[in-house]
Structures are given as structure tokens and as C-alpha cells.
Design a protein around this ligand. Structure first.
Ligand SMILES: Cc1cc2nc3c(=O)[nH]c(=O)nc-3n(C[C@H](O)[C@H](O)[C@H](O)COP(=O)(O)OP(=O)(O)OC[C@H]3O[C@@H](n4cnc5c(N)ncnc54)[C@H](O)[C@@H]3O)c2cc1C
Length: 457
């Protein structure tokens, strides 16, 4: 039986981030995911590295400050995976904030970043119309401008994974589902099933850690881990729209009349629009956007951008994710206002669960866990190792000029970037926006030629 110090269940950003921290600290670790790595919540985010300007409303200054520090760290550490861009908050006659209140909030945001953010500015109605030509001019008073980061969420998780795998004592298996755990005197025996559902393997772990995000409440009791539900899952959907369907020169943050926040973020030669916050009443693995949710976002866009060429054909693809928000005792908050703080639980002496938080703060969250686990293994925890740059970059960059794709390049990506499926290749290594099932041609190579490469994997 193979033996590990730690088995991490769940290969989203939190699992990959924790794997990297433990790997750099010399811990023998196995990461398993039942699907492709970073194929669930951690590729379904709004793709922002941000402090969370809206959390200023709930006076969550500590969280905003920490997230801004992390945002500015990743902008420096991984400039190939993220970049800073301006966001505009339009102000209307009916907006709940007066311009001076918005300005005070934006100043506070810059202050909490230790003035590492590019400085905010206030625009009058005329300047706003020049920057966002298709925005509704009726009642427009102006806009506040501030800066946040845009990230390729899936690739940042993956590059944390590649970095971890450069350490010889580390393994990672996608399409391996944890189906049972048995508590032993030294830790856990963890049984893992492969994707053919024919091969079972049991490994020994001194500690088992669940970074299974929104799947945790259902999964943990099924594995015999003592657990009472802790999540307030909240579904969010996004649309990728064709460039030009809305005329905007920067990103826009809209507060809708039903008090939801919708982002419109031009990037990757398209426009990302999201999100909704709805309660979840369906199976959440590989969750999809419903027609009702798509219609809702289109309606919001048509209201705020009446001069745009927007229709159903403007949509390239849609995606959805479930926020693993941690329940707060006695909280009456709406989903949008539930705290984005994370929580770490220790259901037994040799198991940990981490839920909640934000993508942006994953390094801080996983550090808290690593700081707890590493000394228990008799090692000294070194907190600064995750401040080093990631050592293995993706072959195909997401942003900027992309090289011409060749079949040899695809083979190289498959061999070195832990790719298991065609979907995994096109969505996360090549960052294509179309849904894989509709792709006939992959950056100039017939899809069938590429699919054939996966037949023997
Ligand atoms: C709509 C939306 C927008 C968001 N926007 C932002 C944003 O702009 N910025 C930001 O900072 N944060 C954002 N977030 C939050 C952020 O995306 C999440 O906090 C983060 O991705 C959670 O990552 P995770 O690793 O905990 O979960 P996941 O990425 O879901 O990973 C959990 C993994 O566990 C695996 N798993 C489940 N069961 C098993 C099993 N039995 N065996 C093995 N593996 C298993 C799953 O396959 C999955 O890959 C957003 C979230 C949503 C939903």
C-alpha cells in the first residue's frame, strides 16, 4: 500500500494551492480529483483577482485588505496569467450612493491596498459616455473608476499544480474519486476509484484534507467523516459574449434594481458577463447555466446598454459555478452578502476540511492549513516559499499574442501539463471560449485529429 503524509481530496485552486505549499515544505502528498483538475468552481469564477469592493458595504475591511494584498502579489508573481484593468461603477440619479460616498469608498479601497492599486478617479457623465458609449445615458450622473485584476482562474490552479509536481515526493491523479475512508490509529486509509470504475486503490495517509468546496456537505458524511452541513451554496452563471456586442472600453460593475452585482469585463477578445446569486436545487457537479438565468443576464444588459447590438446570437458560451460559502450562525444575510471568509474544520484528529473564502485569497487560506499540518509531521513550516514565482508555465498563453498551434505542441501539452481529456485541453490549456462539444477546429487543427490523440490515454 502506498503511503503519504497527506492526501488532499479536491483539485481546485484550494487543493492545488495547498499541494504546492506542502510540496515546497517537503511533505509527501497526493492530490486526487474526481474530474479534471480545476474543472469545477475554480474555472467558473468571475476571473477577478480583487479585494471585493462590495464587501466594503459590510465593513469587511480585513478581508478586503488581505485580498488586495494577494491580488497585488499575484499581479507581480504571475504577469503571464493576470493583468490589472480599470473597472467603472456608473452612478445614476436613482443609485443608492451619492458621488461623494462612492469616492470615499474608492479612496478606502486604494488605502486598504496600501496604495498599491492604480489610483481611483471620478468621471462626469460626459466622460463616462465616452468610455462606455453604449451605456444608458438616462439619469447618468457619472462613474467611479478603480482597478482590479483579471486572471485565468483555471490556469493559475494548474500552474500551482505543475509547480508542486516538480518536487519528487508529490503525486496528483485526476479522474480519481475518493469513495471511502477508514480511520486507523495512524491516520486514514483512503480508497480511490479510477474513471473506468474498475480499478480501486487504497493508500495510507497520516492526514486527509478535503478541499472539495461546494461538494463537501454531500461528500463528507458519505465517507464517514463526522460532519454537519456547513455550506450556503450559491449558484452563479456567466456568459461569454462576442466582442462588440456591447461597446465598452473598460469593465463595468452594475448594481441591478434587485440589488445584484453584474460585471461586464472585456478580455480574451470577448466580453465576460456575470454573475447571478441563486440558491441551488440541482446536482452541482458540472453544473450548467439555466435558460432562465441566461435570460435574466441578457435582460439586465439590455436595460443598462440599450444602444448595444445584443441578442441571443451574441453568446459564445455560458458557464456556471457554485460558491462554497460558509454558513454563519444566525446569519440572515442574502447570498450576495454572506461573508467570503473561509473556515477550517478538524472533524477528527487526522482530518481537515477547508471551505469558503475567495479565489483571490487561496494562498493565505491554504497557508493557514499548511502551517497547522507541517509541524505535526515533524517538519518546520517555511511560510515564504509560496512567494517564489511559479516554475512551470503553460505552453499556450491565455493573454496577449498566442503562437500558432501545431500538433507537436498539442502532444507536448498533453505530455507535460497533466491533460486527461479533449475538453480539458481546449477549455483549460488552450483557454478556448466555445463549448468543447461545438468545436470543429482547434486553432487551425481539425478537432478530430486532436481527439484521436486521447484515444490511447
Ligand atoms: C460564480 C462565481 C464567481 C466567483 N468569482 C470569483 C472572483 O471573481 N474572484 C474570487 O476571488 N473568487 C471568486 N469566486 C470564488 C472562487 O471561485 C471559489 O472560492 C474557489 O474557486 C473555490 O475553490 P475550491 O478549490 O474550494 O473548489 P473547487 O474548485 O470546486 O474544487 C473542488 C474539487 O473537489 C473535487 N471533488 C469533489 N468530490 C470529490 C471526490 N469524491 N473525490 C475527489 N475529488 C472530488 C471536484 O471535482 C472539484 O474539482 C467565485 C465563485 C463563483 C461560484
Amino acid at each position: 500500500m502506498k503511503e503519504y503524509d497527506v492526501v488532499i481530496v479536491g483539485g481546485g485552486i484550494n487543493g492545488c494551492g495547498l499541494l504546492r505549499d506542502l510540496a515546497l515544505n517537503g511533505v509527501k502528498t497526493l492530490l486526487v480529483d474526481k474530474g479534471d483538475f480545476s474543472s469545477q468552481t475554480s474555472q467558473g469564477s468571475s476571473k477577478m483577482l480583487h479585494g471585493g469592493i462590495r464587501y466594503l458595504e459590510t465593513f469587511d475591511f480585513g478581508l478586503v485588505q488581505e485580498a488586495l494584498e494577494e491580488k497585488n502579489l499575484w499581479l507581480k508573481l504571475t504577469p503571464h496569467l493576470c493583468f490589472e484593468r480599470e473597472f467603472y461603477l456608473p452612478l445614476y440619479r436613482y443609485s443608492k450612493y451619492a458621488p461623494w460616498m462612492l469616492q470615499a469608498g474608492l479612496f478606502l479601497y486604494d488605502f486598504l491596498s496600501h496604495f498599491q492599486n492604480r489610483p481611483h478617479a471620478m468621471l462626469d457623465a460626459e466622460e463616462t459616455m465616452r468610455t462606455l458609449p453604449s451605456i444608458d445615458p438616462k439619469g447618468l450622473k457619472g462613474a467611479g473608476k478603480y482597478f482590479d485584476g483579471i486572471v485565468d482562474d483555471a490556469k493559475l490552479s494548474l500552474e500551482c499544480l505543475y509547480d508542486a509536481l516538480l518536487e519528487p515526493q508529490v503525486d496528483a491523479l485526476s479522474y480519481h474519486e475518493v469513495i471511502s475512508t477508514t480511520k486507523t490509529s495512524e491516520g486514514y486509509n483512503v480508497t480511490i476509484q479510477d474513471r473506468t470504475k474498475t480499478k480501486l486503490e487504497t493508500v495510507k495517509a497520516k492526514y486527509i484534507v478535503f478541499t472539495t468546496g461546494p461538494f463537501s456537505d454531500k461528500l463528507l458524511p458519505s465517507l464517514g467523516i463526522p460532519w454537519t452541513p456547513q455550506l450556503m451554496p450559491s449558484k452563479g452563471i456567466h456568459l461569454w459574449l462576442k466582442e462588440g456586442s456591447i461597446s465598452v472600453k473598460g469593465s463595468v460593475v452594475l448594481t441591478t434594481k434587485d440589488n445584484r452585482v453584474v460585471f461586464v469585463i472585456p478580455q480574451r477578445g470577448a466580453i465576460l458577463v456575470g454573475t447571478t446569486e441563486t440558491e441551488v436545487d440541482q446536482e452541482i457537479f458540472d453544473i450548467k447555466a439555466s435558460q432562465k438565468e441566461i435570460d435574466y443576464l441578457l435582460l439586465v444588459l439590455q436595460q443598462y446598454f440599450p444602444n448595444s447590438n445584443l441578442n441571443i446570437d451574441s453568446i459564445i458560451s455560458t458557464f456556471a459555478g457554485v460558491r462554497p460559502l460558509a454558513r454563519e450562525e444566525g446569519s440572515q444575510h442574502s447570498l450576495g452578502k454572506v461573508s467570503r471568509h473561509h473556515k477550517i474544520y478538524r472533524p477528527t484528529s487526522h482530518s481537515y476540511v477547508m471551505i469558503g473564502g475567495k479565489y483571490t485569497t487561496f494562498r493565505k487560506m491554504t497557508q493557514e492549513l499548511a502551517r497547522e499540518i507541517v509541524p505535526r509531521l515533524g517538519l518546520r513550516y517555511k511560510p515564504n516559499l509560496t512567494l517564489n514565482p511559479l516554475r512551470q508555465h503553460s505552453i499556450m498563453p491565455t493573454f496577449g499574442k498566442q503562437p500558432k498551434l501545431t500538433l507537436d505542441m498539442v502532444k507536448n501539452i498533453i505530455a507535460t501539463e497533466k491533460v486527461t481529456t479533449f475538453d480539458d485541453l481546449v477549455m483549460r490549456r488552450l483557454s478556448l471560449l466555445e463549448h468543447p462539444s461545438t468545436i470543429k477546429d482547434v486553432m487551425g487543427i481539425p478537432a478530430d485529429q486532436i481527439k484521436a490523440l486521447f484515444q490511447n490515454l
